[in-house]
Write a protein that binds this ligand. Structure first.
Ligand SMILES: C[S@@+](CC[C@H](N)C(=O)[O-])C[C@H]1O[C@@H](n2cnc3c(N)ncnc32)[C@H](O)[C@@H]1O
Ligand SMILES: [Zn+2]
Length: 319
C-alpha cells in the first residue's frame, strides 16, 4: 500500500507519515522508509511498527554503554512519572528559559527535532509557541509515554519516535534543525554521532546542544547525584574503572555518562565538518533540587556562577 491509499483503520496521520519518511531512514540498512500496513517498512524487510502513536524505529542495541544507559533511564522514568505538566509550568522552568534563548535565535523555519527529548517539556513549549509539530526522539519508551501524556493533557501535537541516536537513523541532507539538551553524553561514540548529524543536516542546517562540562560541580555534586565520567586523558579510565568495575555501575544512576571540556567538543565538531557559531557556559538559574539542606543549596547556587563550577555548556553549530 502506498502513502496515498492509506486506509482509515491506520489512524496515523498522513502529515506524520510524510514527516517520518522525510526525516528518517531504516536504522538497519540506511534504506528509504515506506508506510505499509500500519508500519514503516524498508526494502531490507525490516518493519518498524507504531505503538500508541509512537514509531518504534529501533534495531537491537549491541553497545554495552548504550544498554546500561537505556536500563537506567527506563528505571528512572518508571519511578518519576512527570505527567500532567502544563505548558505554562514548563515555560517557567529555568532550564527551558535558558534553552529557549538559543532556540529562538537559531531555529530554522520552526523546524524542531529534539534528540533525547525525555518527558517532552522543551518540545511542548516549542509546539505551543511556534505552532509546528516537533519530532521527539528518545530511546526510552517510558520517556515517550510520559511525553505523549504531557502533549495530550496540553492539547499539543508532536511526533514521537523511539530510536537510539547512536544508530544511523537520519536521512542525509534532509534536516534543518536539531536540538539536544543533556542527551549526547550517554554513550562513548560521540564523534560518530556528530558525523552522522552533520550528514543528516542540509547545508546551513544547525544543531543546538547542551552537554555537561568537566567542572568542580561534575567532579563533586554530580558524582553523588548521578555519577559522571570526565572525558579527559587519564581520569576517564580511572573513573570508568571505579564506576564500572568497582562500583558495578551502582552510582551511574543515569547510565554511562560523560562530561567534556569545551576544547574537546570544539575539536570533535570541527572534525565532523561543523562551523561553530557559539560555544560557552550555559548561564542559568541552577536549582540543585536534590540538595535539601538550604545552606548547602545556597552555597552551590552561589558558586555555580563561577566558570570553574559551571556544569553545562551550550553549542550552536552549523553545517
Ligand atoms: C537528562 S535527560 C534530558 C531530557 C530532556 N532533553 C530535558 O532536557 O529535560 C536525557 C535523555 O536522553 C535520552 N537518551 C540517552 N541516550 C540516548 C540515546 N542513545 N538515544 C536516544 N535517547 C537517549 C534519555 O532517555 C533521556 O530521556
Ligand atoms: Zn532497511
Amino acid at each position: 500500500m502506498t502513502l496515498k491509499n492509506k486506509s482509515m483503520h491506520e489512524n496515523y496521520s498522513l502529515k506524520n507519515i510524510r514527516a517520518i519518511i522525510q526525516t528518517f531512514v531504516c536504522p538497519t540498512c540506511g534504506g528509504k522508509l515506506f508506510f505499509h500496513d500500519s508500519a514503516f517498512i524498508c526494502a531490507c524487510s525490516k518493519r518498524y511498527p507504531i505503538k500508541n502513536d509512537i514509531v518504534l524505529l529501533n534495531k537491537k542495541i549491541s553497545r554495552d554503554d548504550v544498554k546500561l544507559s537505556l536500563r537506567s533511564w527506563n528505571k528512572l522514568y518508571r519511578k518519576q512519572n512527570k505527567i500532567n505538566i502544563s505548558y505554562q509550568e514548563a515555560l517557567q522552568n529555568s532550564y527551558i528559559q535558558a534553552y529557549l534563548h538559543f532556540v529562538k535565535k537559531h531555529m530554522i523555519n520552526d523546524y524542531f527535532i529534539d534528540i533525547g527529548a525525555g518527558s517532552g517539556m522543551m518540545a511542548l513549549v516549542v509546539n505551543k509557541l511556534y505552532k509546528k509539530n516537533p519530532i521527539l526522539i528518545d530511546f526510552s519508551l517510558d520517556a515517550l509515554f510520559e511525553a505523549k501524556e504531557n502533549f495530550k493533557s496540553n492539547k499539543a501535537n508532536g511526533i514521537f519516535v523511539c530510536a537510539d541516536i547512536t544508530q544511523n537513523i537520519f536521512k542525509k541532507n534532509s534536516n534543518q534543525f536539531f536540538f539536544s539538551a543533556m542527551s549526547l553524553e550517554y554513550f562513548k561514540n560521540l564523534e560518530e554521532v556528530f558525523d552522522h548529524l552533520h550528514t543528516a543536516l542540509v547545508k546551513r542546517g544547525r544543531l543546538v546542544f547542551i552537554i555537561p562540562k568537566i567542572s568542580l560541580s561534575t567532579l563533586t555534586y554530580h558524582q553523588l547525584k548521578s555519577g559522571d565520567i570526565p572525558h579527559v586523558f587519564g581520569l576517564k579510565h580511572l573513573y570508568e574503572f571505579i564506576h564500572l568495575k568497582i562500583l558495578r555501575g551502582r552510582y551511574l544512576k543515569t547510565g554511562y555518562n560523560l562530561s567534556y571540556t569545551i576544547s574537546r567538543i570544539k575539536k570533535m565538531v570541527t572534525k565532523s565538518g561543523f562551523k561553530i557559531i557559539y560555544a560557552g557556559n550555559l548561564i542559568m538559574d541552577y536549582q540543585f533540587n536534590s540538595i535539601s539542606n538550604q545552606m548547602i543549596k545556597s552555597l552551590f547556587k552561589y558558586i555555580v556562577k563561577f566558570s570553574l563550577f559551571n556544569p553545562l555548556m551550550v553549542f550552536v553549530i552549523e553545517k
